[in-house]
Design a protein around this ligand. Structure first.
Ligand code: PHE
Length: 501
């Protein structure tokens, strides 16, 4: 038993929370989603979801974390004993998300080294799929790709080193170094993109609202999913991070700052990528919405293609892929903290024990499954279980729990104790509205998957892997709750001291 660490400074927490939010979701996922859902048509639902779902839920997670000062399972248990399972289930989500997210960082790391010589030549698509991934069939397990394996091992080594440093000397320090670095790296990339010929065309596509598409439910679903992923909510990450806050830390302006920083970065990424698409559309003489190799492949196919065509491409390539690596690492550590904080608080583990018993097996699983012939298919299958269902369901469960146990008012009062913006009816309404939208989201995506089962173009194995992973995660939550039901949370010295004082 020992006292629990806290963040050293308010800025330290803000940087870490922003570092968690700003990640591959902003640079790799957002522009692809915006492209797929009609550029400007995506922006309005996205902004709506940020304001009505993202920031309110961020505040809910911060408040739970700061109030109980425990990792997600113990925090949920303190709200309502059987709810402990929500936290364990979020542990499972974090496990699967972290283990594949690391692989995308590893791809980016490889591309930092490919950039100086523009190694992909004139066919970036073939280079990525055939030479680098050497993608095989969806069920070709355990056929390793050594270069990817090496890059992935390096990513995990850095992450475990940061985790071993604890809150102040690990997480806080890493973010203090990485966030300013990120701004500089990415700033240069965006400025270069904006000065390309044709950039204005791209920006028009990005910013022009397409009103006729606004009624399309898929766009709304995609926007909500993007906001959850991007703000790192629904998985207990923000509960874990804010559990290291001091009791009197301010919450409301912090949530607004983090939300604003994240969206600014996301819009900046959108501006950069669409400028580049505008340039490419001019060079190839193809309208922007018909460029091939976009969508999810924006970062590893479209971008390299353009780098080969633009002056200074090799240099910009290094900066761009380094941005992905740095942004990705600060998010990955915030996923790994979920199981770390959960086991440490629930079983009194030391950080050293977490690194050995949780960190190393996570890295091993990631290395075993992903740097392989079917790694990118597995990324797709697991990504859907995690981003399509996991985070959204996790967010929903948190909201339902807060309302159903009647704790929502007490939580608002706890936040209002120190907050500049007072939480009240507007907050309740936003959360309730979010719950309704999420139930609908869920219903629609299950319906979509059932339809996919009879679609010959979608391999059924992937849908089964997806459901298997989803089912296993929920089962883990249920089993852990049952096993631990009668076992109290270990007391901590600082609490004993506070009680005695
Ligand atoms: N927000 C991160 C990103 O945008 C991803 C993430 C999701 C991190 C959930 C933690 C928890 O890349």
């Amino acid at each position: 038993m020992k006292t629990r660490e806290t963040w050293g400074t308010r800025a330290g927490f803000i940087l870490a929370a922003a570092g968690s939010a700003i990640g591959l979701g902003n640079i790799w996922r957002f522009p692809g989603e915006a492209y797929e859902f009609g550029g400007g048509a995506f922006l309005l639902p996205y902004l709506f979801a940020i304001l009505t779902a993202g920031i309110p839920l961020l505040l809910l997670e911060y408040t739970i974390g700061r109030k109980y000062r425990l990792g997600p399972p113990s925090a949920f248990r303190s709200i309502y004993r059987p709810a402990e399972g929500i936290g364990w289930w979020q542990n499972a989500i974090a496990f699967f998300l972290a283990t594949f997210y690391a692989v995308i960082i590893a791809w980016a790391l490889s591309y930092v080294f490919f950039s100086p010589s523009l190694a992909w030549g004139d066919d970036a698509g073939a280079f990525f799929g055939v030479e680098y991934l050497r993608a095989g069939e969806p069920l070709d397990f355990f056929e390793y790709r050594p270069a990817m394996l090496g890059a992935l091992a390096a990513v995990w080594a850095v992450v475990l080193l940061i985790m071993a440093g604890g809150v102040r000397k690990g997480l806080e320090l890493a973010n203090r170094i990485c966030i300013p670095l990120l701004l500089v790296l990415f700033g240069v990339v965006v400025v270069r993109a904006l000065t390309l010929e044709g950039a204005a065309e791209g920006l028009n596509a990005f910013f022009t609202p397409q009103w006729d598409k606004i009624g399309d439910y898929e766009i709304w679903l995609a926007a909500y999913a993007q906001v959850f992923f991007s703000l790192s909510i629904g998985m207990g990450t923000m509960i874990a991070y804010s559990s290291y806050l001091k009791k009197h830390s301010e919450l409301s302006t912090t949530a607004v700052t983090v939300g604003f920083a994240n969206s600014s970065f996301e819009l900046l990424a959108g501006i950069g990528v669409f400028s580049v698409l505008g340039f490419m559309s001019g060079e190839a003489d193809v309208p922007i919405d018909q460029l091939v190799g976009t969508g999810g492949g924006v970062a590893f196919v479209t971008f390299p293609t353009i780098l080969s065509q633009m002056p200074g491409g090799a240099f910009i390539g290094v900066l761009f892929f380094a941005t992905l690596v740095v942004a990705g690492i600060t998010s990955l550590i915030s996923m790994v903290i979920v199981p770390f904080s959960s086991f440490e608080d629930r079983f009194g583990w030391s950080r050293k024990k977490s690194v050995l018993v949780l960190g190393l097996p996570m890295a091993a699983f990631s290395l075993l499954i992903y740097p392989t012939a079917n790694g990118s298919s597995m990324v797709d299958a697991v990504d859907f279980a995690v981003s399509g269902y996991g985070l959204v369901l996790g967010g929903l469960a948190t909201i339902v729990l807060a309302f159903a146990t009647g704790k929502i008012k007490a939580l608002a009062a706890e936040a209002n104790r120190t907050s500049m913006l007072k939480l009240g009816n507007v907050w309740y309404t936003c959360l309730a509205l979010t719950a309704v939208v999420l139930v609908y989201t869920l219903y629609k995506s299950i319906q979509g998957q059932i339809a996919d089962l009879s679609d010959p173009d979608v391999p059924n194995e992937l849908i089964y892997i997806n459901w298997g992973v989803g089912g296993a995660m929920i089962l883990f939550g249920v089993v852990m709750t049952a096993v631990l039901y009668r076992r109290p949370i270990p007391e901590r010295v600082e609490e004993a001291a506070a009680a005695a004082a």
